[in-house]
Design a protein around this ligand. Structure first.
Ligand code: SF4
Ligand code: SF4
Length: 312
């Protein structure tokens, strides 16, 4: 059954599909996550503190859950924007992955339900689940020094999603440990040295309060904390329109991988041609039109103007 399910899910655009037995997250991994929370690694993302019982045990997401299917969807663009136009994280060149992947997986799950029965819960950043842990458990990749999951042949420019299911199909995962020595990254250190804000730690954790992606996408309002001000005052910080992905862009594992074949993730012309000047002059009506269905709508027009240093 694993082969048939994988084939259906690969038709939805997933480049890697793996199966893990649904169970409690291992204690050492859970404790590392709690340490990160205690160090305020999540900065203002207080939702990371919520639903810890479910996050620890994803069987609570669905009655009778037996398996967690982990999936990876590639998003590497055919071309990156020119840096002098202002930085936009490349995952945001196309349509919002939450909507795109959910829509694709809804269709796949319908087919699986008809063929195999069972119940399914699709998670695309929409439930408290430790997605990188489950990706490793399901054997679709390993965690690199930049904290992202490396999928063999597809680097770490991938979106992860999960399907929790009552189907009991066994598992495909390897017993890779999550400690740093078992990672299949090259340990070249480029992700850490190229991070303009020193937000990445050698243990693969991110200090969100320094991370330019967090500060320009998730954070609301002005940057008041010292580390945020320092990060935003770096050359890269001053050049950002939306997000940062230098820890991915500089990873050699992403240099020779193919660009995404998922149509909806192909770069939008308007995002590729967006400049700070256009943001400066942008009215709400233009913003709503240009970023309809785009992840950039998440930070709202106010956030985009704040990112480029425009007083609003
Ligand atoms: S997204 Fe940018 S600032 Fe954040 S960890 Fe990666 S390189 Fe550093
Ligand atoms: S940049 Fe180097 S150290 Fe960092 S994840 Fe990629 S291969 Fe690993």
């Amino acid at each position: 059954m694993i082969g048939e399910i994988s084939a259906i899910l690969k038709q939805s655009g997933a480049v890697a599909v793996g199966f893990a037995k649904a169970a409690q997250v291992e204690e050492c991994v859970w404790n590392s996550f709690l340490d990160w929370l205690n160090r305020r690694g999540h900065a203002g993302m207080s939702y990371m503190e919520n639903h810890s019982t479910i996050r620890r045990d994803p069987r609570l997401l669905l009655d009778g859950a037996k398996n967690i299917i982990s999936l990876a969807f590639p998003f590497k663009p055919a071309q990156f924007r020119k840096q002098d136009k202002g930085m936009i994280a490349c995952y945001a060149y196309g349509l919002d992955y939450h909507d795109v992947i959910r829509k694709r997986l809804n269709r796949a799950v319908e087919e699986m339900r008809e063929s195999f029965g069972g119940e399914y819960r699709i998670c695309v950043d929409s439930a408290p689940i430790m997605e990188r842990y489950w990706a490793v458990k399901a054997g679709i990749g390993e965690i690199g020094a930049n904290g992202a999951v490396i999928v063999p042949g597809h680097g770490n420019m991938v979106f992860l999603a999960e399907i929790v299911t009552t189907l009991d199909v066994g598992h495909t995962g390897n017993p890779a440990k999550l400690d740093i020595d078992s990672r299949r990254c090259l340990n070249c250190g480029r992700c850490i040295s190229e991070c303009p804000a020193s937000a990445l730690h050698p243990d693969g954790t991110v200090e969100s309060s320094r991370c330019l992606s967090y500060l320009t996408i998730e954070h609301r309002g002005d940057w008041r904390e010292q580390e945020a001000i320092e990060a935003m005052n770096t050359d890269v910080g001053k050049n950002i329109i939306f997000g940062c992905d230098l820890c991915l862009r500089n990873c050699p594992l992403n240099h020779s991988i193919p660009s995404t074949t998922i149509q909806e993730f192909r770069s939008s012309k308007e995002v590729m041609e967006l400049t700070k000047e256009k943001v400066r002059r942008m009215e709400q009506e233009d913003f709503s039109r240009i970023f309809k269905g785009s992840p950039i709508k998440r930070c709202k027009l106010n956030g985009l103007k704040r990112n480029i240093g425009e007083n609003i």
